[in-house]
Design a protein around this ligand. Structure first.
Ligand code: FAD
Ligand code: NAI
Length: 465
């Protein structure tokens, strides 16, 4: 065998799996069909979207909060081309960093589409038509996901676009229609709303970011309204048509009332689907189910030496979930007994304020019939939030009614993305709300809202409310 482990796909699942395999002493190779490493996350996902979110937020603050802070400047002008150039630089620094890590860990990088010849042999077809095969003892499939199109309106990549094109637009849309009020819709919708686009979100369900605790979506809707975004909930899109420089959308609500919108771009962000095209799964007898590669609790497929991780298997489509799975497989191959607590994979939406969540939602607890208590604390009651003018949002703690164990931490507010790590730690150690409420939290910080919400949950006695 040429290798002990070959990883197919270099996103956060694949490259992290490869590094951990190399650290454990396995001769490792990674195959990536694109010229740069890092997958969706680094090239067209997490990193570029956060770069544009940050730029648009600076722009928004320059126009909306600087004056109140006592900073006088001329009316700022958005330069989208420069924002996108900066974003490209951020992406390049990150993907180059992965190439460096591959070298540092002595991982062979093969560029081309990887496909199974048999369970131990992988063919690599390069873009220039050249082909080679390599042999390996174990395979880790980490081929990720692609945007889901509307069945009746495929992406034309000009007016009907996915997140990939939305990260590369040549002009600021006059009216961006967003189908799907989930994570991508709200993140990229807010980017363009901040830099001057009219943004209209059409969501099928009755709440934004519907997989998160319901209270978060409701608050996010208020925030979106402040940004000038229009949100239509409970609307089924029935038609989307590119008419040259314009795009037309038709939708209806549950009563059959029609909605017609005209915009210049339509971002379709209705979820992503696992990607296995060209992988030759049939050569090894693996069949996908709803597009996903079925795996057991050890992330092993039905073929003994083949594993699959990340977006291509069940579970949340998140970079950090893919990374944990990559590490789990590598350590298992070394005979270790790693473990992932899927309940404690946090979810974050990088709007401003940010939304972050870990553990069970109130809806899930209700459905499970679990007795629980709720503790809420609003940002507007925090000294730190008043100082920074970030008074939107709240912390919501869900705790077991009898044992006081924290069951869920749900935050919408400034820096929620970083704060949620404290919720993960508390829950991993099975802290009670009282435990957290009795720990000293630095003053003045946003984290004090977590302590106060825990006080509210454990004994209904927050101090500052
Ligand atoms: P991917 O990152 O999709 O990587 C798969 C790789 O495999 C790709 O590079 C692909 O080219 C390659 N490949 C596929 N087939 C083959 C083949 N046959 N041969 C060779 N190579 C192949 N998640 C977060 O946690 N936080 C965020 O902030 C966040 N933001 C996002 C923003 C956007 C706009 C998008 C679209 C996604 C975002 N995500 C975010 C989701 C995150 O990007 C994915 O969950 C993550 O990239 C999944 O990692 P993966 O390794 O499973 O697959
Ligand atoms: P999503 O699952 O977050 O949201 C899709 C939304 O579209 C849902 O609210 C859904 O109800 C709605 N929808 C589905 N079909 C519809 C239709 N026909 N008409 C109107 N609405 C419809 O998916 P999204 O935003 O496309 O993101 C894809 C994946 O990428 C997510 O699973 C997410 O985990 C990941 N991602 C993560 C980010 C993060 O961690 N910050 C950022 C961006 C993406």
């Amino acid at each position: 065998m040429d290798y002990k482990v070959v990883v197919i796909g270099s996103g956060p699942g694949g490259y992290v799996a490869a590094i951990r395999c190399a650290q454990l002493g396995f001769k490792t190779a990674i195959i990536e069909k694109y010229p740069t490493l890092g997958g969706t996350c680094l090239n067209v996902g997490c990193i570029p979207s956060k770069a544009l979110l940050d730029s648009s937020e600076h722009f928004y603050n320059a126009g909306h909060t600087f004056e109140e802070h006592g900073i006088e400047i001329a009316k700022p002008k958005a330069n989208l081309a420069q924002m996108i150039r900066r974003k490209a630089g951020v992406v390049k620094a990150n993907v180059d960093g992965i190439a460096f890590l591959m070298k540092k860990n002595k991982i062979d990088v093969h560029t081309g589409v990887g496909s199974f010849v048999d369970r131990n042999t992988i063919k690599i077809a390069a873009a220039d038509g050249k082909e080679k095969t390599i042999t390996t003892e174990k395979v880790i499939i980490a081929t990720g996901s692609k945007p889901t199109p509307l069945p009746f309106a495929p992406f034309d990549k000009k007016r009907i676009i996915s997140s990939t094109e939305a990260l590369e637009l040549k002009e600021i849309p006059k009216h961006l229609i967003v189908i799907g009020g989930g994570v991508i819709g709200m993140e990229l919708g807010s980017v363009y709303a901040r830099i001057g686009s009219k943004v209209t979100v059409v969501e099928f369900l009755d709440n934004l970011i519907p997989t998160m605790d319901g209270a978060l979506g409701k608050e996010l809707q208020k925030v979106a309204k402040k940004l000038g975004m229009d949100v239509y909930l409970g609307h089924k899109v029935t038609a989307v048509e590119n008419k040259g420089k314009e795009v037309f959308l038709k939708a209806e609500d549950k009563t059959g009332k029609q909605l017609e919108l005209k915009g210049d771009y339509c971002l379709v962000s209705i979820g992503r689907r696992p990607y296995t095209e060209g992988l030759g799964l049939d050569k090894v007898g693996i069949e996908t189910v709803k597009g996903q590669i079925p795996v057991d609790d050890h992330l092993k497929t039905k073929v003994d030496n083949i594993y699959a991780i990340g977006d291509v298997v069940r579970g949340a489509m998140l970079a950090h979930k893919a990374e944990e799975e990559g590490i789990l497989v590598a350590e298992q191959l070394a005979g270790q007994k790693p473990h992932i607590n899927y309940n404690l994979i946090p979810g974050v939406v990088y709007t401003w304020p940010e939304v972050a969540s870990v553990g069970q939602t109130e809806e899930q607890l209700k459905q499970a019939g679990r007795a629980y208590k709720v503790g809420n604390f609003p940002y507007k009651a925090l000294g730190r939030a008043r100082a920074s003018m970030d008074t939107d949002g709240f912390v919501k703690i869900l705790a077991d009614k009898n044992t006081d164990e924290i069951l869920g931490v749900h935050i919408i507010g400034a820096r929620a993305a970083d704060m949620i790590a404290a919720g993960v730690v508390a829950m991993e150690y099975r802290a009670s709300a009282e435990d957290v409420s009795r720990m000293s939290h630095a003053h003045p910080t946003y984290m004090e809202a977590v302590k106060e919400a825990c006080l509210a949950a454990t004994a209904n006695r927050p101090i500052h409310m």
